[in-house]
Design a protein around this ligand. Structure first.
Ligand SMILES: NC(=O)C1=CN([C@@H]2O[C@H](COP(=O)(O)OP(=O)(O)OC[C@H]3O[C@@H](n4cnc5c(N)ncnc54)[C@H](OP(=O)(O)O)[C@@H]3O)[C@@H](O)[C@H]2O)C=CC1
Ligand SMILES: O=C(O)[C@@H]1CCC=N1
Length: 270
């Protein structure tokens, strides 16, 4: 990775919890010098304190990039800490759900160059996927910089418009939670059928992890991979009859879950 402008002018990270921390870790591993990073976060972890970044010190007044990684509900308060910064030349990259570009224009001014990025928690192990979209002031170079920042923690895809970010949150931003829940319910079903809890959990985790890796690495579609498991008239077919029921199966359930996610995201944006 090349971080020339960030190395020269600095990166400020506002909020260094799960997501901000994962991104910072990816950037440092990718070669960004710790001395180019300023972090504002109320309770820095031991790892952060040992990382060599600037903590609780004066901020550069014209950093190349500010990464916003606080909870949406904290954003307005948190941004007030940047009031001494000249924001004209600085690119803002935000990972917060809910807050729209219009909302940022109200808080930061309508001249601010801003990229919304929506990562997910597998970023913590470099296996995230992030979707990015720029506001009307963001340049092609700004999108390249945001892509470079986020590629430290996994794949990056680009969106055509801001509206699409809602569906991204519903699918991949929140999606790891759905998959973790799948592990929980598969393990619980195994336990209910007589497996020891640890063994049921091991089987469920290895199955979801292995199937996910196979789906990513295989040239076959997920539908074909599913068919490969399913012997006609066999045990998998019996289970899929339940899971693929058009009225009560996973498809209508997932549709409702993603719709609820998007509705909440719109509420947060108000
Ligand atoms: N978790 C996820 O799966 C995803 C999260 N996001 C978005 O990422 C953002 C952060 O989420 P996540 O990392 O999970 O949350 P965390 O709570 O883990 O991180 C938020 C961090 O912000 C810090 N913080 C709180 N107030 C301030 C402040 N005034 N100034 C600076 N820092 C502050 C918190 O500190 P402390 O806890 O010490 O108070 C915490 O370390 C959210 O906007 C969320 O929408 C996006 C995609 C996926
Ligand atoms: O639950 C949330 O609001 C955030 C956004 C995507 C994942 N976590």
């Amino acid at each position: 990775m090349s971080f020339d402008s960030i190395s020269d002018r600095g990166l400020v990270i506002l909020g260094c919890g799960r997501m901000g921390g994962a991104i910072l870790q990816g950037l440092l591993q990718g070669g960004l010098p710790a001395k180019s990073v300023w972090v504002i976060t109320p309770h820095p972890s031991d790892w952060l304190q040992a990382s060599g970044v600037h903590l609780s010190t004066d901020l550069p007044d014209n950093p190349a990039v500010v990464l916003l990684a606080v909870k949406p509900q904290m954003m307005a308060d948190a941004l007030s800490q940047l009031s001494t910064m000249r924001t004209g030349d600085t690119l803002f990259v935000t990972v917060a759900a809910g807050i729209t570009m219009e909302g940022y224009a109200r808080m930061l001014g309508d001249q601010t160059r801003l990229v919304r990025a929506m990562p997910n928690t597998p970023s913590a192990i470099g296996r995230g996927v992030t979707a990015i979209v720029g506001n009307p002031k963001a340049t092609a170079q700004d999108l390249d910089i945001a892509q470079e920042l986020m590629s430290g923690v996994g794949q990056v895809v680009r969106l055509e418009n801001e509206e699409q970010i809602n569906a991204v949150i519903g699918v991949s931003g929140s999606g790891p939670a759905y998959v973790f829940h799948l592990i929980e319910v598969m393990a619980a079903a195994g336990e209910a059928e007589g497996l020891a809890p640890d063994l049921a959990l091991q089987l469920a985790k290895a199955t979801v992890g292995g199937a996910g890796a196979l789906a990513e690495q295989s040239d076959e579609t997920p539908s074909k991979l599913r068919e490969n498991v399913t012997s006609p008239g066999g045990t998998t077919a019996a289970a899929l009859n339940v899971l693929m029921d058009p009225d009560t199966g996973m498809a209508p359930l997932m549709r409702r879950a993603v719709a609820a996610n998007i509705a909440r995201n719109r509420e947060l944006g108000k």
